[in-house]
Write a new protein. Sequence first.
Length: 386
Amino acid sequence: MTESKKSVVIIGAGVAGSAAAVELSDNNFNVILLEARKSSGGRMNSYIDPVTGEHLDNGQHAMTGAYVSFLRLIRELGTHQLLYTQDALKVLFLDADGVRDMFDTSRLPGKAGTVLGMLSLKGISWSSKLKFLSFLAKLSSGKVLHEDITALEMLRRYKQPADIIIRFWEPLILAVMNIPADQASAALLIEVLNRAFFADAESSRMIFPKQTLGDLFGALPEYLKSRGSALKLNARVKKINIENERVRSLTINDGSEIVADYYISAIPPDQLLKLCSDHSEEFPFIEQLSEYKYSTIASIYLWYDNSITEDAFGAMLGTQTQWFFNRRALCNCDPSLSEKYPGHLALTISGAGDLNKIPNSELVKICDKELKRAFPNSSDAKLLHS
């Protein structure tokens, strides 16, 4: 007699919820994956721009090879061929006036490639490079003290000079942690460095979706169905029903209740708090959910009548814009769109809370001006849409 499957309900079909659903379905659990929206992917979602008709993501997403759980999920769904992966980490650094510098780790394997990439940067002094290597050696041997301090405090403690902080550390920290160096946790930064950028070449290389993020998750419903599980869209959880310090059921927006052996929340802390705030006495962790803070990322899409650059992506220094991504170089595109809008860039600004006070039209003007200064040959390009 075969043992019956245990049932699991997962709230939220973003990356975390989808990965959990696939993993559990592959291990003989009957999974119901609930998603409030009309598509899976969570914060990795897509939409159609009403003016150009172009499929866009909710901001340009960039990953590294260290995203092991996400990459395993995409391989399981069979959509990994929709990702563009660098052979080794290469990042263009671009000053406000167009001076270029390239951090290229491809010439030697492992940490040796990172060292040579740093030594080859032109905008950083030799004394600063040597202090970087000293810090890297301490990091490799586990001798960096980082508890209860910010990333900036740690960098200063280990004598990282201003030029390398401004031209290397700050862009890296903003990109991977979405928070300025003087607020970011040193301990978390060390974890990121060890897992990704100072690990092996496979972990540090950059990865970009060649098609929309929605395409990456398109196979999820059929994948779950083939294993006896299910994805339910437009299914918003209205209430978590708790009795005797255990979840008894979930009530969803159509009024029905869902009962399972186990329940997993894969939604942001503020959303979970709304669902179970009445039970803080039974579950002490609930009060901790209110302590989470959030940091804004501003994403700007620009369409031009000419190609702004042939570069795929890069970090911008001394500008409001932090990163640019050339979607005509990175993404598959309908030829008619490329012909009508030859230049199409996505820009990102991390830790961008104060920008909420600036009108979108003004922010577009700032970014357009910065791009044309950084890419002088594009000064005649006409901004068609944003």
